[in-house]
Design a protein. Structure first.
Length: 242
């Protein structure tokens, strides 16, 4: 449905942007135009549900630690995943700005969600460059960036069906999974932070984190805001999300 058919939603989106916008990084020379484009792109996003097998590869986190991708994506938290590279001037800044918006809307509860950005240009994107990129977009500790060998990056891209050969051909794709063992929601196109937030809300309302999921005490505490009914207190609706 085109945006001109739903003015109330448009008004709400701009109200949220006005509240959060000043705290976000200036990623573009024409920020207002790009924010508007991000809002318009929502109606063009293609949503699908997919099952992916996480490859057995090692990546290097922005803090320099070598980690197993499967362990990073199976830490018990919902995952929001995208693929970027720091020299990108088109798709990646907008996708990263949207992650920054999502982080802001989650507020104090953002530690309950793991945001993951994997470089598709690992030969150039050193941990130091990823740290600088993360700082540019105000990434908190729950938003982590990964590089590594070219082979490992390509394996991760192929596993999630985002590999397009040349990095210049990459397209915006966001992947959301609410718990290990659950399907992935694939959002092709410039998904908005509200769409991502909606995927997280819809899924956690079922009160099901997936079969056999074990989370530590810290993660369990962070998940309190996601709980409903028999599994814990209701979502605190008095905490605004925008």
């Amino acid at each position: 449905m085109r945006n001109w058919l739903a003015p109330p939603i448009s008004a709400l989106a701009f109200a949220c942007a006005a509240t959060i916008g000043p705290a976000l990084p200036t990623a573009f020379a024409h920020g207002e135009h790009d924010a508007h484009a991000n809002h318009q792109a929502a109606s063009e996003t293609i949503r699908s549900t997919m099952d992916y097998t996480i490859p057995d590869v090692k990546l290097v986190r922005e803090d320099g630690a070598t980690v197993a991708l499967a362990q990073e994506l199976n830490d018990g938290r919902p995952i929001v995943l995208n693929f970027i590279y720091t020299a990108c001037t088109t798709v990646c800044p907008l996708s990263s700005q949207t992650f920054s918006e999502l982080q802001a809307k989650l507020g104090a509860r953002r530690n309950a969600v793991h945001l993951v950005s994997i470089s598709i240009d690992p030969e150039q994107d050193t941990p130091a460059r990823l740290r600088a990129y993360a700082k540019k977009f105000g990434a908190g500790p729950e938003w982590q960036f990964y590089t590594g060998t070219l082979a490992a990056s390509v394996a991760a891209q192929r596993a999630f069906n985002v590999y397009r050969g040349d990095k210049m051909n990459h397209a915006p794709v966001t992947l959301v999974r609410t718990a290990p063992g659950k399907p992935w929601v694939r959002l092709e196109g410039f998904a908005t932070s509200d769409q991502m937030l909606g995927e997280l809300r819809d899924a956690v309302a079922t009160n099901d984190y997936g079969p056999g999921v074990r989370i530590g005490r810290t993660a369990a505490k962070n998940f309190d805001w996601l709980s409903l009914g028999r599994r814990g207190p209701a979502i605190r609706t008095e905490d605004p999300l925008c």
